[in-house]
Design a protein around this ligand. Structure first.
Ligand code: ZN
Length: 192
């Protein structure tokens, strides 16, 4: 019999630190970075003491149906060679705070901006909060081609401080590191 413990029904948000790889084996609904385990989506933390595993069980809610053309807000969970993976957190005009229990969406390298993208890591990074438009529902593709679309909030890859916009670049006020992103014209404003 599996011993599954719900850690006092602890609810976490995307990107929240839930443990370390020394304590747990990361399972469903989590990702590992530099020895830390984070939640990919909103949900409840579950630990299995027998397996020494940790997972995040999604919050069950009735997701508002997405439609092509919808503007969504989400968090980048991973970067692959040609796509950025995004966990959708809300839909514009239908309650930005609504939790969509989405399987996740993807921004293909060809849908990032109106210019050639050489390397996706110059455009997005895990944890970034992005605003995108739904291109198709079957493959859940998003586009950030447009000046108001793109990264809304980004964190320093070195110290995780929120990056401040400085002209067309982003700067860490803490460690002074400079990063680039496909920024939304609304970067840092919180406007969806
Ligand atoms: Zn920094």
């Amino acid at each position: 019999m599996e011993i599954v413990q719900k850690e006092k029904e602890k609810m976490v948000l995307p990107g929240e630190l839930i443990g370390t790889s020394e304590e747990f084996i990361p399972k469903k609904g989590t990702f590992e970075e530099r020895g830390n385990i984070y939640a990919t989506g909103t949900g409840y933390v579950k630990t299995n003491s027998k397996e020494r595993s940790i997972s995040v069980e999604p919050v069950t809610s009735t997701p508002p149906a997405l439609a092509v053309g919808d503007i969504v807000i989400g968090q980048v969970t991973d970067l692959k060679e040609s796509v950025a993976l995004v966990e959708i957190a809300g839909i514009k005009g239908r309650g930005e705070r609504a939790i969509v229990n989405s399987e996740g969406a993807a921004i293909h390298v060809s849908n990032v901006k109106d210019a050639y993208v050489k390397d996706l890591s110059y455009e997005f990074a895990p944890f970034d909060i992005v605003k995108g438009r739904v291109l198709d529902l079957r493959n859940m593709r998003l586009s950030t081609v447009n000046k108001e679309l793109g990264v809304m909030k980004a964190y320093c890859g070195n110290c995780r401080t929120v990056l401040k916009r400085e002209n067309d670049k982003l700067k860490c006020p803490n460690c002074k590191r400079t990063e680039t992103r496909k920024m939304s014209s609304d970067y840092g404003t919180g406007i969806i």
